[in-house]
Design a protein around this ligand. Structure first.
Ligand SMILES: [Zn+2]
Length: 125
């Protein structure tokens, strides 16, 4: 008898994108150019460092880059702020714990976040 890892997700390494001499985004671990991966990517088991959203879904989509040249795909969120002001409506910045233990804002889809405790009155599921 053995326990399987069925349903268990490996946490995605989260890193800040680096840039090469010409300013192109590259993977900070291997140096691969990642500009072609710019878009929406799934982040597995995000580690929240945000007091407003301490509990995040097991998978959440972030905007940024990825590098596939690793055992576990490295996710490189675009640098942003709390309002994700460098992204279109629908994105918001939340603080995630990155692989270097620092907390930084990462752009996530607002609709995927747990309902905020604002309480707009009624409509509980
Ligand atoms: Zn890489």
């Amino acid at each position: 008898m053995s326990l399987t890892d069925y349903g268990v997700l490996a946490r995605s390494p989260v890193r800040r994108p680096a840039t090469d001499r010409s300013g192109m985004p590259i993977c900070p671990e291997c140096g691969k150019p990642v500009d072609g991966t710019r878009g929406t990517h799934v982040l597995n088991v995000p580690e929240s460092a945000d007091s407003e959203f301490p509990d995040l879904p097991a998978q959440i989509r972030v905007f940024g880059f990825v590098c596939d040249l690793h055992v576990t795909r490295v996710v490189l969120p675009l640098a942003t702020d709390a309002a994700a002001s460098n992204l279109p409506d629908g994105w918001v910045g939340i603080r995630l714990r990155f692989a270097d233990e620092l907390a930084r804002y990462a752009p996530v889809l607002q609709r995927e976040l747990p309902a905020a405790a604002d309480g707009d009155g009624g409509g509980s599921s």
